[in-house]
Design a binder for this molecule. Sequence first.
Ligand code: ATP
Length: 275
Amino acid sequence: MSEKKLNYEYCDKLVRDFEEVVKQPIVSKSSVYYTGVDLGTACVVLAVLDENYKPVAGAYRYADVVRDGMVVDYIGAIKIVRELKQELEEKLGAELIYGAAAIPPGTDALDSGAVKNVVQAAGFELTNLLDEPTAANKALKIQNGAVVDIGGGTTGISILKNGKVVYIADEPTGGTHFSLVVSGAYRMSFQEAEIYKRDSKNHKELLPVLKPVIEKIASIINQHIKDHDVDEISLVGGTCCLTGIEEIIEKKTGIFTHKPKNPMFVTPLGIALSC
Ligand code: ATP
């Protein structure tokens, strides 16, 4: 690994605080709450911040309401967001009014309406709808380099110059494909493979099995960044929880690659920060 060190201090603290409030919400006297709604292929996450943009509550649920970044079960998505919202409101003893959401880059023409309607139908006043990598960077605070968000169904790639997104792309591959590989290799059902894959105790054993699919993602990253001057890649998204994924991507791209401590909650928190 290169000696270069990007400062994830702010992001790591934000995520650490969020993990705590998911377990135990902080009942505060905040005058306003900001909720980030991340409607993912694998997971729906709600992240709630107080008036000082500090995490106070959060909840998530694995669900199958979005595929490859597109809402496929509209009613199911509304139901989950509404239930998670109510659950958090009861815990906080406050109404969650303002919500922001994000969509994978490039799906705005097709799907931004659906995401917007889901968030509004669940009872939020939508204050912002932005693309996922831009949202992630609200938490990461990267000035220059690439942010690669490997979620369940999609991989979003964004390139930043002086803190601004100058290039954005989305590819239909992600953790779902990892689970399919595990399912095939271990003769497990997809569900069993998902659970097996998420357990960090199995990561060392799984890394060689998943190496070809990680290298495929790395070659996709290469295609997108080849015309840009990128000397640093930041990984976010649940799939990047896989221990050692950054080393394989770094080797294949030849670019310093690293990730915050828990890449899974970076985008939902970034969405909440954009609320
Ligand atoms: P998308 O961004 O594609 O719409 P999403 O928002 O649901 O999907 P994330 O929540 O960022 O995506 O990530 C979900 C993926 O991360 C799933 O494939 C899940 O299996 C994987 N994942 C979650 N935790 C872990 C873990 N500890 N180890 C490996 N993979 C994990």
